[in-house]
Design a protein around this ligand. Structure first.
Ligand code: FES
Length: 126
């Protein structure tokens, strides 16, 4: 059902190897969080909340290698597929389901509006 998906524009607006952020605002107009859409060199799209689970580093400014982004603040590696921290680090960044249809990018509306980057997670560490 198309109403469940937010059309955020044409695929061509994000070149391969680039990440773009989208602000998500509440009904009061205040910023709730940011979403980052990653377009990888091998032409896959992934969407994460733009706040690393460690100390909220801006993942949109990280280095992408394969389906992993390295946080620019302290170097945690985050899976673009699952949002999980890799290696010995623990924590999970919320992901947003994304689909590409007829050259346009869509995000699952409920996930965009219902996900909060600071929601507690059982694997979080200090
Ligand atoms: S804020 Fe991302 S690794 Fe520390």
């Amino acid at each position: 059902m198309i109403g469940d998906w937010l059309d955020i524009g044409p695929v061509g607006q994000i070149s391969p190897g680039i990440a773009r952020t989208l602000p998500v605002r509440g009904s009061d107009g205040k910023l709730v969080h940011e979403i980052t859409i990653f377009h990888t060199i091998d032409n896959h799209f992934y969407t994460l909340i733009n706040h690393c689970r460690h100390k909220a580093g801006p993942l949109s400014q990280g280095i992408v290698h394969g389906a992993v982004v390295t946080c620019p603040l302290h170097g945690w590696n985050i899976s673009l597929k699952s949002g999980e921290a890799l290696g010995e680090d623990k924590g999970c960044v919320p992901t947003i389901p994304l689909k590409v249809d007829a050259g346009r990018i869509y995000l699952l509306r409920y996930a965009v509006m219902g996900t909060h980057p600071r929601a507690p997670h059982p694997t979080d560490v200090d």
